[in-house]
Design a protein around this ligand. Structure first.
Ligand code: ATP
Ligand code: LTN
Length: 342
C-alpha cells in the first residue's frame, strides 16, 4: 500500500509469460483460475511480462502474436478488464526504470544465488546466458514493488524471486526511507502443481514435449486422446499415492475441474477401473475447456479490441507505477524534471 494511506482492498499482482505454444492446464488450475476468483476481493493487477520473455532466445513474430493470444486466453478464462487492471509490461516504461534503481542495491552474489538463472543458463536450447537473464529477478522485483502489491500469487518455482523482492523492498526502505510495501508471498499449494502426463515426475510445462502437456487450446479430440494415453501406474485402483504419480495427477485434475476433494474422487471410483475414470476426466476437461476455447476464438479475432483493452490497462497501471517511481527517484536523490519549460 502507498505508505501512510490505507486501501480498502488489498492489492494482488501476478504475471504470466507469453512464451511457448500457449497456456496449459497447469497455468489454468494453478494460477489463472485463482486470479479470476481474486478480482472481486482484491484490487487486482495482472500483466504479461514480455520483457522477461526476451531474456532467452526468442522469435519476435511469435512474441508479438503470443502476447495478444495470452491476453485473449486470460480474458477467455474469466479475467474481466473492467474488474482488474490487465496490461503488458513493456507498455509501462516505469518497470525498466525502477529495475535500474533496484539493480543498484542488489549484491552481485545475491543475484548469483538465484536458482532459476542457474537452471535456465544450463539449458543450452535457451541460448547462451545473457545479462538480461541474470537480472531477470530484479526486473520481477520492480514489477511487484511499483504497484505496492500486498500479495503475489505464484507457483512454488517463484518463491526465491519473491524472497529477493522482499529483501530489496526492506533494504530500500531502510536506506532511503519508507517507499515500498513489502509483499507477502502467496504460493499455490503443491496439490495444485500438475505434472506431465507422460512423465508424471516432472511439472507440466510449456517446455516439455506436447504429448504430456494439456494446452487450453487443444481440441476435444486431442484432449481425450492425451488423457486416454496418459501414463498410469501398476494396479487398477483409482487412489492417490506416492507410488502412483500418474493416477494421483489425474485425480488432482478431476478434483480441480469438478470442485471436489481428491478423497471424494477416490470414493466415487472405488471398484471402478482406470478406463472409466480416464473417460470421465476427459469429459470434465472438455466441458471446462470448450467454452473457454469458443470465447478465445472470438476475442483473438479482434486484435483492435485487444489493443484497446491493453491501452486502458496500461493507462491504469501507469498511474500507480509513475507515482511510486517518482517517490523512489526522489528518495535516491534524483532531481525532478521541470515540465513544459521553454
Ligand atoms: P514453463 O512451463 O515453461 O516452466 P510456465 O508454464 O511455468 O513456464 P509461467 O508463465 O512461468 O509458465 O507461469 C505462470 C503461472 O503458472 C505461474 O504462477 C506458475 O507457478 C504457474 N504454473 C506453471 N506450471 C504449473 C503447473 N504445472 N502446475 C501448477 N501451476 C503451474
Ligand atoms: N517470473 C514469473 C513471471 C513474472 C511475475 C512477475 C510473476 C514476472 N514478473 C511479477 C509475479 C509477479 C514466472 O515465470 N512465472
Amino acid at each position: 500500500m502507498t505508505l501512510g494511506k490505507r486501501r480498502e482492498r488489498e492489492r494482488v499482482l501476478s504475471g504470466i509469460q507469453p512464451t511457448g505454444s500457449g497456456s496449459h492446464l497447469g497455468n489454468y488450475l494453478g494460477a489463472i483460475r485463482h486470479w479470476v476468483q481474486m478480482q472481486d476481493d482484491f484490487d487486482a493487477f495482472y500483466f504479461i511480462p514480455d520483457m522477461h520473455a526476451i531474456t532467452v532466445v526468442h522469435d519476435p513474430a511469435a512474441l508479438h502474436r503470443r502476447t495478444r493470444e495470452t491476453v485473449a486466453e486470460l480474458v477467455a478464462c474469466g479475467l474481466d478488464p473492467s474488474r482488474c487492471t490487465l496490461f503488458v509490461q513493456s507498455q509501462v516504461p516505469e518497470h525498466a526504470q525502477l529495475a535500474w534503481v533496484l539493480g543498484c542495491i542488489t549484491g552481485y552474489g545475491e543475484a548469483n544465488r538465484m536458482t532459476q538463472f542457474k537452471d535456465k543458463s544450463a539449458r543450452g536450447e535457451l541460448g547462451a546466458a545473457t545479462v538480461g537473464l541474470f537480472t531477470y529477478p530484479i526486473l520481477q522485483a520492480a514489477d511487484i514493488l511499483l504497484y505496492q502489491a500486498d500479495r503475489v500469487p505464484v507457483g512454488e518455482d517463484q518463491k526465491q524471486h519473491l524472497e529477493l523482492t522482499r529483501d530489496l523492498a526492506q533494504r530500500f526502505n531502510a536506506r532511503f526511507g519508507p517507499t515500498f510495501t513489502v509483499p507477502a508471498a502467496y504460493i499455490a499449494t503443491t496439490a495444485e502443481r500438475l505434472t506431465d502426463l507422460q512423465e508424471p515426475h516432472r511439472k507440466m510445462s510449456k517446455s516439455l514435449p506436447p504429448g504430456g502437456t494439456i494446452y487450453l487450446q487443444d481440441d476435444p479430440k486431442v484432449l481425450t486422446k492425451k488423457i486416454r494415453s496418459a501414463v498410469t501406474d501398476m494396479g487398477r485402483e483409482v487412489v492417490v499415492g506416492p507410488d502412483k504419480p500418474g493416477i494421483t495427477n489425474l485425480i488432482g485434475i478431476h478434483a480441480a475441474l469438478t470442485g471436489q476433494s481428491t478423497q471424494e474422487v477416490e470414493r466415487a471410483y472405488a471398484g471402478k477401473g482406470y478406463g472409466e475414470f480416464k473417460a470421465d476426466v476427459a469429459a470434465a476437461l472438455v466441458a471446462t475447456l470448450e467454452p473457454i476455447q469458443t470465447r478465445f476464438r472470438e476475442i483473438v479475432a479482434d486484435p483492435g479490441e485487444l489493443d484497446r483493452i491493453l491501452g486502458v490497462g496500461a493507462d491504469k497501471a501507469e498511474e500507480v507505477a509513475s507515482a511510486t517511481l517518482a517517490t523512489a527517484f526522489d528518495r535516491v536523490g534524483f532531481l525532478p524534471r521541470a515540465r513544459g519549460a521553454q
